[in-house]
Design a protein around this ligand. Structure first.
Ligand SMILES: Nc1ncnc2c1ncn2[C@@H]1O[C@H](COP(=O)(O)OP(=O)(O)OP(=O)(O)O)[C@@H](O)[C@H]1O
Ligand SMILES: [Mg+2]
Length: 425
């Protein structure tokens, strides 16, 4: 009997996680792009403000110079004493300094290697330089057209503090943006964790509610079936007693009785699985239980049986429930092995647990079966109910234990039941 539970729910946490991280990625990319753009604009703005200041000072100097050098010197000195100017000089085409903010340097010669080339190109240009003090500055070179078309060189060196402030303010934005993005991602990750946990818990609650409902329905149905079955079985037995041994109908009655017994055992399993359990937990010695269950579930089996327990170690369990778990485990192992094999049952203390293992040398469990072994009604046997392991899990957990069925490395399967160990005495 195999019941496949349809997957009604798409992977909701997966979809949400995708949406959340796509949102975070897109918003981070947008913020980074905007900040980058802002930084680039700030740099361009700073450079053009330096250039336009230099150009304004240069044209003022040029128009003052048109009045003739002697009349203009005072005015030029005034223009070039602006606080943004670090120093300024005017030189002849041969590089001789005719005017300098520092009067001591008048008469010296410019040492620029590319001076002649620049004069030939005749183009105004500005560049970033460092002052002797190490401070950054902006050097602007301009060709002055003096009276009579005489060409002279005007060099303005400007302080860049104001302009650089714009750039450094834009750079500071990176830190702010970095911190905000970090916070955004941290919130995103926390949100994802909380959401996933919430959805997992919700799914677990839904599952439990569904199982509880199925349990109630099953119990009601099973009671009704058992009552009806009682009458069928009773009357069949009554008729059977009345029918002569030689009567051919005797055979048919035996088949009906067999059928009712099979249904009865199925209904009993169902009732056992769906009922609300109560536990009377006590220290249980596994040795006699092992012997009992092997005698019941593996009697007449031709394989080898090995048992191993540590004297004096006991598990805290409900003996009746543990007996049912072991019975199903041994039955499963023997059924898996067929006629021959080695059945090994051990109980070993491991920390605060007593671990009971039922090992077999059967074919083991195919990978596809592993996730649904403990699902109620899952069976690969033609006469199985598929409730053995589901019941075992329910009551093991009810006794504060853990149960697992897995493949052994050397072949075959192992059912491991971890139960709390009983204290000394
Ligand atoms: N030792 C084992 N080796 C291989 N497969 C196993 C073993 N034990 C369990 N299984 C697989 O797990 C399935 C479920 O086992 P479970 O005991 O729950 O039900 P069942 O034995 O099929 O029926 P039921 O126990 O209700 O009569 C089995 O049908 C079988 O396919
Ligand atoms: Mg079974």
């Amino acid at each position: 009997m195999r019941i496949e539970v349809a997957k009604l729910r798409p992977s909701l946490p997966g979809v949400l996680r995708g949406v959340l991280f796509t949102f975070l990625l897109l918003s981070s990319a947008a913020v980074l792009y905007a900040t980058g753009l802002n930084a680039r604009t700030a740099k361009t703005l700073a450079e053009s403000s330096l250039e336009s200041t230099a150009l304004a000072l240069s044209t003022s100097t040029e128009s003052a110079l048109r009045a003739g050098w002697n009349q203009a010197e005072g005015e030029i000195r005034d223009i070039l004493s602006d606080r943004v100017v670090a120093y300024a000089l005017i030189a002849g085409k041969d590089g001789t300094v005719l005017f300098h903010s520092n009067a001591e340097l008048v008469g010296t010669k410019l040492q620029d290697a590319g001076l002649a080339d620049w004069l030939r190109s005749g183009k105004t240009y500005g560049r970033r330089v460092s002052l002797g003090t190490g401070l950054p500055a902006y050097e602007f070179n301009y060709l002055l057209h003096g009276p009579g078309g005489k060409i002279e060189i005007l060099r303005l060196v400007l302080h860049t503090t104001q302009a650089d402030r714009i750039i450094s303010d834009a750079r500071k934005m990176w830190w702010t943006v970095g911190a905000v993005l970090l916070l955004l991602w941290a919130v995103g990750v926390v949100l994802e964790r909380v959401l996933t946990r919430h959805l997992r818990l919700q799914a677990e609650v839904d599952r439990r509610e569904r199982l509880a409902l199925i349990g109630q329905m099953t119990a009601t149905l099973a009671h009704e079936i058992r009552n009806a079955l009682g009458s069928i079985k009773g009357y069949t037995q009554w008729v059977d007693e009345k029918v002569e041994e030689a009567d051919p109908r005797k055979n048919a009655l035996a088949i009906v009785l067999q059928g009712t017994e099979r249904i009865e055992s199925l209904v009993n399993d169902l009732l056992l699985f769906s009922r609300e359990e109560s536990y009377s937990v006590e220290p249980v010695d596994p040795t006699p239980l092992f012997k009992e269950t092997v005698a019941e579930a593996a009697s007449g089996w031709a394989g080898e049986v090995e048992m191993e327990t540590v004297p004096g170690t006991r598990a805290m369990a409900d003996p009746d429930k543990l007996r049912r778990i072991l019975l199903n485990g041994v039955r499963n192992a023997v059924q898996a092995m067929g006629e021959r094999g080695v059945l090994k049952i051990t109980a070993r203390p491991e920390g605060l647990r007593l671990v009971i293992r039922i090992e077999d040398t059967g074919p083991g469990i195919p990978a596809v079966e592993l996730p649904r072994l403990f699902t109620p009604f899952h069976t690969t046997k033609t006469d199985g109910t598929g409730l053995g392991l589901a019941y075992s899990k329910k009551v093991t957990e009810g006794m504060k234990g853990v149960i697992g069925l897995s493949n052994r490395e050397e072949g075959g399967a192992v059912l491991a039941i971890h139960l709390p160990i009983a204290g000394e005495g």
